[in-house]
Design a protein around this ligand. Structure first.
Ligand SMILES: [Zn+2]
Length: 244
């Protein structure tokens, strides 16, 4: 038996306890998107919210790390649009700093998230987005076939994020953006095995042409196959089938 179910009406922001007067203030301010994004100086906020300046400073640091405010010497403190990535990124980087093999688990999460939202994301792509995918593939081949060879990392990141760029879900996009931040942090963007890179970009080309042809199932299969090419940190650190 389930007791104490919440009433069937939306809970308003006021009922959520964020344990921070500043976060409460920011959450309320974000309900009025047309309002000025500038936040009063801490002294003024302190008397407005009845919280000490030093406590507000701590709360401001949390808000800054979460990407909810920008703090700059001349322009002051400004509210930012909500993003999920900043908080995920910090937690993920901490996990990786303690154990780099955790990248494999996050990579697996990313794969499943992309596969689950693949059809929905692809359905929203515009013709322009699809041409951008094709353009990124061409730019990548140019780099890989150039002399000297360059790693098309920026193109790789943009390629996958473009596929999800029209998905109206800030959490999915945040998880995926954090994946690419981590990918760079563990320096996979410097992984310069030409055979690997050529195979990866052949898959990207297949994904693009499948999407343009309207064969979304086939593009999804190509995506899934191409995730298996990624070197495994577990293997590398445990010495079985190591990839450098
Ligand atoms: Zn890829």
């Amino acid at each position: 038996m389930i007791h104490n179910l919440p009433p069937q009406r939306p809970v308003t922001a006021r009922h959520l306890n964020l344990e921070s007067e500043l976060l409460d203030y920011l959450a309320e301010a974000s309900c009025q998107p047309e309002a000025d994004t500038r936040i009063p100086a801490l002294g003024q906020l302190s008397s407005e919210l009845h919280v000490s300046v030093s406590k507000l400073r701590e709360q401001l640091e949390v808000a800054r790390v979460m990407g909810l405010v920008s703090v700059r010497p001349r322009t002051g403190i400004h509210r930012q649009d909500y993003n999920f990535m900043s908080a995920v990124r910090l937690s993920l980087f901490f996990a990786l700093a303690s154990d780099i093999t955790a990248f494999d688990e996050y990579s697996d999460l990313r794969k499943h998230v992309e596969m689950s939202f693949w059809h929905e994301a692809v359905a929203r792509l515009t013709d322009e987005d699809k041409l951008r995918l094709r353009q990124l593939v061409a730019l990548a081949w140019e780099k890989l076939r150039g002399s000297p060879i360059r790693i098309p990392h920026a193109e790789h990141r943009e390629f996958h994020l473009t596929i999800f760029s029209r998905l109206d879900n800030v959490f999915v996009r945040g998880l995926l953006e954090a994946y690419w931040e981590a990918y760079e942090a563990v320096e996979l963007n410097k992984y310069a095995d030409l055979a690997y890179l050529s195979e990866v970009w052949s898959y990207h080309e297949r994904i693009t042409e499948d999407i343009i042809r309207g064969d979304v199932d086939s593009s999804l299969r190509a995506f899934e196959e191409h995730t298996k090419l990624l070197p495994s940190y577990h293997n590398e650190h445990r010495g079985n089938g190591a990839v450098k």
